[in-house]
Design a protein around this ligand. Sequence first.
Ligand code: MGD
Ligand code: MGD
Ligand code: MO
Length: 761
Amino acid sequence: MSRKAPADDSDDTGMQVSKPKTWAAGVPGVTAALRQSYDQMGVGRTALTLLRVNQRKGFDCPGCAWPEGEHRHVAEFCENGAKAVAEEATTRRVTREFFARHTVAELGRRSDHWLGQQGRLTEPMLKRAGSEHYEPVSWDEAFRLLAAELTALDSPDRAVFYTSGRTSNEAAFAYQLFVRAFGTNNLPDCSNMCHESSGSALNETIGVGKGSVLLEDLYRADLIFVVGQNPGTNHPRMLSALERAKKEGARIVAVNPLPEAGLMRFKNPQRMSGVAGRGTALADRFLQIRLNGDLALFQALNRLLLESDAPDALDHEFLAEHAHGFEEFGEHVRGLDWDEVLEATGLTRAEIDATLGDVLAAKRIVVCWAMGLTQHRNSVPTIREVVNFLLLRGNIGRPGAGVCPVRGHSNVQGDRTMGIYEKPAEAFLDALAAEFSFDPPREHGLDTVDAIRAMRDGRATVFLGMGGNFVRATPDSAVTEAALRRCRLTAQVSTKLNRSHAVTGEQALILPTLGRTERDEGPSGARFVSVEDSMGMVHASRGRLAPASPLLLSEVAIVCRLARAVLPGSPIGWEAMEGDYDVIRDHVARVVPGFAGYNDRIREPGGFTLPHAPRDERRFPTATGKANLTVNPLEVLRVPEGRLLLQTVRSHDQYNTTIYGLDDRYRGIKAGRRVVFVNPGDLAGLGLADGAVVDLVSEWTDGVERRAPEFRVVSYPTARGCAAAYFPETNVLVPLDSTAEVSNTPTSKSVIIRLDPRPAG
Ligand SMILES: Nc1nc2c(c(=O)[nH]1)N[C@H]1C(S)=C(S)[C@@H](COP(=O)(O)OP(=O)(O)OC[C@H]3O[C@@H](n4cnc5c(=O)[nH]c(N)nc54)[C@H](O)[C@@H]3O)O[C@H]1N2
Ligand SMILES: Nc1nc2c(c(=O)[nH]1)N[C@H]1C(S)=C(S)[C@@H](COP(=O)(O)OP(=O)(O)OC[C@H]3O[C@@H](n4cnc5c(=O)[nH]c(N)nc54)[C@H](O)[C@@H]3O)O[C@H]1N2
Ligand SMILES: [Mo]
């Protein structure tokens, strides 16, 4: 039970592969979580910390954005939530001696796992131009340096201000205010790589870029689609909600190229039957779709609905009263080519007809989705088609029905609500201008992909990251690394060491901050922050643990002190905001719709729900004033002979770029990450054996060959023609310019690759 960090393990020499599991969670889930927690925190701290996750007086789980629900068990945490907590509450520390021992270049050669396992950052560090090491620096000096570099720029648009999705509402609001007061909308965020496609499609079609269901809606639904999502690993608490929905009578249709264990069967660790029994079968129907086939699937269902002679196939009343564009939509969908549908989906006509049967039998339908729908070139049209599907039967704005994009990072939705967005709405900027008496910039800023281009081309030279791991989370690793190295200064506000601290500009700063689990001591006692979950519920989060180091500052404090250094004469009350987060919340209450009375309502047990016009009043604040049915041309993604379509996914033992461990239990992988999952039929066609070692080579229209070396082939029951491998190791294969239409999200789930066998030896 050592709490020391392990030795580096970037090579996968002891890897073992066994049969994938057919059920998720249950006892091994909990013991696996506790083992990692003891390793990181010791037994006493584990008990103390895990008992506070998602409790009314505790902190919000830094794992995923799935909502808490009204009945919180004392142990309302899941295996992967526990790992996220352990990762932050670890007792390991990265000290100034550590940085004296390791050069920056050496850190850059370590694995993501090793870097993360070194522990919590403890004091501000600076890498000076020309130096090979980070050295300690005072907070004041760090802010002076950032201010000097920022104010020396010939335009504020030469700076990039990234945000990951763990930042609290209070920090996010202060941060975007600072960035706009400085003079730019260059606020890319992790959402650009995540649910941007959902936001784009939903805004256009229903007028609100967020999901329209609450937990109660799942419990009331007759039919739930879980599309392009692996909740057993990435949203484990969702499994309890699906289990309950089933108990209340819902059917579940899972749409996925992979037979993910969590979609098939669930053993609830919070219940005796989950410990001993067979658990609950989850998916009633599993559609093993080809990657990128979802537009074709939903369009086919829509065509069948239009052609159905069932009397209530369409909700004519709803369509007449609330929908726009029915004629054009209908005309387009009736021309759908069945051969193309079968080719794109890899499904049979019988499977699609049977699914139509599920649909016609259901009065109330919810569609849930995550990255399997959002990270393709045609993601926005695909999600628009999902909306068409729901609108046809009036499944938006009534109980038990709606759209449910399941968000990733625990406050990614709240960060957007607070204005972390490179394309802010005019109304939001007007409200900021009125509240703070300044002229915010109106020109749209850079998103993540455009920010990389700007740094690559020398148009942006200062980078500040509010959390996250920009260099590793982004596509085209070689290009992105070179782009960051061209910067004058890269600065990261972080809890843990990661590769973005090792791939730096000429100068680099590490600004260590408090995590969710830690007490945030202010002038008048402990402060709390707030977050918004995937269903628009806003609630408080209070850390209890002693901070990892006395030198840490809260994110709010870092933003406010930086603002004072950069904007010395600023009339905005930065000091007051830093001293008392209620001051920030009072500003938010006047700027952001839905937050009136923020300070009172956030103190109510459980917090409050933000308004959502389509959900609450069947009002659709779109350009047409109605819910828009859209025309989405189907283009089948054809993969050349001998090539496969690769998706880059998460293992069970990682949180994005944070690698907790080297196992992917449900998929049968132990002690290794460089694996590529391929259908046995495709392996036979390619003349490759299970266990062969190959390079993954991505072929893109720019003619550049992108290569990820030495992956072990794993024969796996994925859909034909498709492959899967873990990110971030495979980000090198995703071309920067290969992005989704409209949302500009990198196409991390459809990369055309070939497998180059390595010479034996
Ligand atoms: N433990 C843990 N929890 C997490 C995270 C983590 O890394 N670890 N990350 C957080 C974040 S930021 C996010 S965004 C979410 C991500 O949550 P997920 O979206 O579940 O994450 P991925 O691993 O990307 O899995 C994508 C799923 O979609 C399927 N898929 C891929 N392409 C297609 C397709 O074309 N069609 C269909 N129908 N399915 C497809 C894949 O087989 C896989 O099951 O999880 C959040 N929660
Ligand atoms: N190929 C491929 N690429 C992808 C994806 C994919 O599926 N495939 N998924 C994309 C998605 S969905 C997302 S959301 C992005 C994720 O992109 P990011 O959000 O940028 O990456 P993370 O790995 O979540 O960031 C982890 C780091 O955040 C810091 N951190 C953790 N907690 C805190 C905190 O409370 N405060 C602060 N300031 N820092 C903290 C730690 O230093 C840690 O190392 O990656 C994207 N990249
Ligand atoms: Mo995400």
